[in-house]
Design a protein around this ligand. Structure first.
Ligand SMILES: [Zn+2]
Length: 276
């Protein structure tokens, strides 16, 4: 099984001691490429550095999470634009609205969200978006920008079935995490995972967060890792009544198309061809 993790926070401090091993474990588990989420100005620079250390395997996004929207200013705007000009940065984000935690005032969140949507309009990159408990405002803002945007993924989708259909109608992709493996809050989604068209579906660990709660054998650490993405893929395939191998192939193809990633096997071939 060959998988792509479209959202992992490998810059998180919990990975500082063993980042290389975490990446190696993921690769051994069939996670062939990973997109390192940038969630702040500083974190996006760090995500790019991490991606650069593993060419063709790791890529990065550049953006400011709604939790940190209050720190978004003109300088942030130009730093994000500069990062997006680097070949390893494959999307704008993580950006969006989070009214669950409200760590930044909501008007600041909307402002930072709109500015990052404008960055994506200007550079044509796909968008990696976060929404929690803010569906109506999120959709209202996204709808205004949608005709001028390229591809959009609503990452770590945790909303209702109706909200998911509204996202799909706006031609968004849906990112699914280990949230669906959480019997306390995520299993309500399992019944309608089959509603997501095959070409709109991608998967992600959101590591170090959201370790799949049904993971067996049980792992002591609370930290999630990309190496457990196959577990999420298997759970999701069961929800959709699909063969896990098919789901893997489809979501991997979707991620490569969405983020315009090189197939590492393909780039080996092109390197050989260029040399001959
Ligand atoms: Zn998020």
């Amino acid at each position: 099984m060959e998988l792509i993790d479209i959202g992992c926070n490998l810059g998180h401090e919990s990975f500082d001691v063993d980042r290389e091993e975490v990446i190696a474990r993921a690769r051994n588990a069939g996670v062939v490429q990973m997109i390192v989420t940038g969630a702040s100005e500083h974190g996006s620079i760090a995500a790019l550095d991490i991606a650069r250390a593993s060419p063709d395997t790791l890529y990065a996004t550049a953006g400011v999470h709604p939790h940190l929207a209050s720190e978004f200013n003109d300088e942030t705007d130009s730093v994000i634009r500069e990062l997006c000009a680097q070949p390893e940065v494959v999307a704008v984000g993580e950006a969006g609205l989070d009214y669950f935690r409200d760590f930044s005032p909501r008007d600041h969140q909307r402002h930072a969200f709109e500015r990052q949507l404008q960055i994506a309009v200007d550079n044509g990159l796909p968008l990696f978006l976060h929404q929690r408990d803010a569906h109506a405002d999120f959709m209202a803002i996204l709808r205004q920008f949608r005709p001028r945007l390229n591809e959009v993924v609503v990452h770590c989708f945790t909303g209702t079935q109706a909200e998911m259909h509204e996202c799909l109608e706006l031609d968004c992709h849906i990112g699914i995490t280990g949230w669906i493996c959480d019997e306390r809050r995520g299993t309500h989604m399992q019944a309608w995972m089959g509603d997501i068209p095959a070409d709109r579906l991608m998967i992600e660990s959101d590591a170090p967060y959201l370790k799949p709660r049904n993971l067996r054998p049980k792992v002591k650490s609370h930290r999630n890792e990309p190496c457990w993405l196959p577990w999420i893929a298997n759970t999701l395939a069961a929800c959709r009544g699909e063969n896990p191998e098919c789901l893997a192939q489809q979501t991997t193809a979707n991620a490569r198309r969405f983020f315009r990633l090189q197939d590492p096997e393909q780039s080996k071939v092109s390197a050989i061809c260029a040399a001959s």
